[in-house]
Ligand binder design. Structure first.
Ligand code: C2E
Ligand code: MG
Ligand code: MG
Ligand code: MG
Length: 284
């Protein structure tokens, strides 16, 4: 296996999974096997209320614990899982596992917070998505208000199926967030038409808030628009105290990013939630 030597991280691995049909087929096969062998794990990134500093949610982010390559990041395999259709099976597992884990935290007495799950277009368009979500909630016992689904602007296009799925999900009581907001070149009409709860400002705008006046204006405008539409707004990729101050000044509701915490394994979240419950922020 000389050709594998010296490669132990996903970044390098991606060079080898080039776009040739053979390589793609191989990856597809590996993904299929990985789902069967339960090689995927979820990490969770905390989301914080900006004013209180409290943890108010977590986003589930999938990783592949590859037997030889170690932890592989989603950008290495999500696009191929999407193209091959495998994202539907992988996504089913993510949804179920995130709900199961959240219910387990709650059952162990930790403060109840929603878990956000990313849905790609293909998963969202799946004929029976609302039925699937309802079944997972029922099966895991997680109350619907503790599940939030993240869709992108490409999903939020105005089609009859999208409209039907979103209203059925809203009727179940799950939250809907628009991920990577501002990068999708789409009309904003859907924000009024669809039952959306929250906008997630894309990291690319947040990154340059302090140095690029244009991006600062965009972030301020998104926050104002969200509030005028009665939507919550969360900033992604918050890495510095200056960014937090800017977001606070512009009344952004929530933040997520390395400044407070990267994505971490589930047991670490339990530990953090436990500290929150007994820490300075608790009202009881
Ligand atoms: P996303 O949904 O926008 O998730 C946020 C990404 O930003 C995560 O990358 C997270 O680790 C990263 N991030 C968070 N805070 C910071 C920060 O302060 N600085 C920087 N530089 N990065 C930050 P990750 O985990 O690699 O996921 C990448 C993308 O893969 C996600 O973007 C999402 O689109 C997709 N993805 C991840 N898990 C799933 C899944 O279960 N299903 C689907 N369909 N897509 C997923
Ligand atoms: Mg997301
Ligand atoms: Mg995002
Ligand atoms: Mg993003």
């Amino acid at each position: 296996k000389a050709k594998d030597s010296g490669r132990n991280c996903g970044l390098v691995y991606s060079d080898k999974w080039d776009n040739s049909a053979r390589e793609r087929l191989k990856l597809q096969h590996e993904l299929f096997r990985a789902i069967r062998n339960r090689e995927f794990v979820l990490h969770y990134q905390p989301q914080y209320r900006i004013n209180s500093g409290r943890m108010v949610g977590v986003e589930a982010l999938v990783r592949w614990e590859h037997p030889e390559r170690g932890l592989v990041q989603p950008k290495e395999f999500i696009p191929l899982a999407e193209d091959s259709g495998m994202i539907v099976q992988l996504g089913d597992w993510v949804l179920e596992e995130a709900c199961r884990q959240n219910k387990a935290w709650q059952d162990s007495g930790l403060p109840a917070i929603p878990v956000s799950v990313n849905l790609s277009l293909r998963q969202f368009m799946h004929q029976n998505l609302p039925g699937k979500v309802a079944a997972v909630l029922k099966g895991t016992g997680l109350p619907a208000r503790y599940l939030d689904l993240e869709i992108t602007e490409s999903v939020a296009m105005d089609t009859a199926d999208v409209s039907r799925h979103l209203s059925e999900l809203a009727r179940l009581g799950v939250g809907i967030s628009v991920d990577d907001f501002g990068t999708g070149y789409s009309s904003f009409l859907y924000l009024r038409k669809f039952p959306i709860d929250r906008l997630k400002i894309d990291r690319s705008f947040v990154r340059d808030i302090m140095h690029d006046p244009g991006n600062a204006e965009i972030v301020a405008a998104i926050i104002a628009m969200a509030h005028n539409l009665n939507l919550q707004v969360i900033a992604e990729g918050v890495e510095t105290e200056d960014q937090v101050r800017f977001l606070k000044r512009h009344r952004c509701d929530e933040m997520q990013g390395f400044f407070r915490s990267p994505p971490v394994p589930g047991d670490k979240i339990a530990e953090m939630l436990g500290k929150e419950a007994s820490g300075p922020y608790t009202s009881g």
